[in-house]
Design a protein around this ligand. Structure first.
Ligand code: ADP
Length: 188
């Protein structure tokens, strides 16, 4: 199996690139952000639980994440691999994911981070707010999401560097150029 994590701060373009990668390499795309937005839209039990958390830009509790992951991955036992987008976001989630992978006799193959400077992130997220009306794309919540990223998610860089799985790709430019760079890293 080939299991890829697309890593980066909010607004770095993980979603856009993950979809393209999954399509090109025949992998299953798992976006935890999309999963939660869907649950919220459908007013499910999980949706009701996470609505206020995501609207504040805080992280959903780790226990919930691994439960959801497990059930999604179970549905795709025959896949060639997964592209994880927005997950893991904490060290606990990364450890849970490693354990889950081990149970499936698999592992994370590669982590690619999209490198985008902070001013550009804020600009992109504010623009997205106009297009999608996402409730977590307001100035105040964006600042909190970036804070949460620095505090809880960034430590994962070292976690994956230690495993020699971490690669960085410049995330500013055209979608196609960034995609090509990602493919080069994946193919090498
Ligand atoms: P972003 O555009 O900030 O990367 P996502 O669309 O990936 O955001 O996720 C939206 C929100 O869903 C997050 O701000 C968080 O509240 C919740 N969420 C998504 N993935 C996770 C995760 N792995 N752990 C905890 N919370 C998550």
């Amino acid at each position: 199996m080939f299991n890829l994590i697309i890593f980066g701060p909010p607004g770095s373009g993980k979603g856009t690139q993950s979809i393209k990668i999954a399509e090109k390499y025949g992998l299953i795309h798992i976006s935890t952000g999309d999963i939660f937005r869907n649950e919220i839209r459908n007013k499910t039990e999980i949706g009701l639980k996470v609505k206020s958390i995501t609207e504040k830009g805080e992280l959903v509790p780790d226990e919930l994440l691994i439960e959801i992951l497990k059930s999604v991955m179970d549905k795709h036992k025959e896949t060639k691999g997964f592209v994880f987008d927005g997950f893991p976001r904490t060290i606990v989630q990364a450890e849970d994911l490693d354990n889950l992978m081990k149970e499936e006799k698999s592992s994370i193959s590669l982590v690619i981070a999209l490198d985008v400077h902070e001013d550009e992130l804020v600009t992109r997220l504010l623009n997205r707010a106009k297009e999608t009306g996402r409730k977590d794309d307001t100035e105040e919540v964006i600042q909190n999401r970036l804070k949460v990223y620095h505090k809880q998610t960034k430590p994962l860089i070292e976690f994956y560097e230690k495993q020699n799985k971490f690669e960085l790709v410049h995330g500013v430019g055209s979608i196609e150029d960034i995609f090509n760079e990602l493919c080069e890293v994946i193919d090498s």
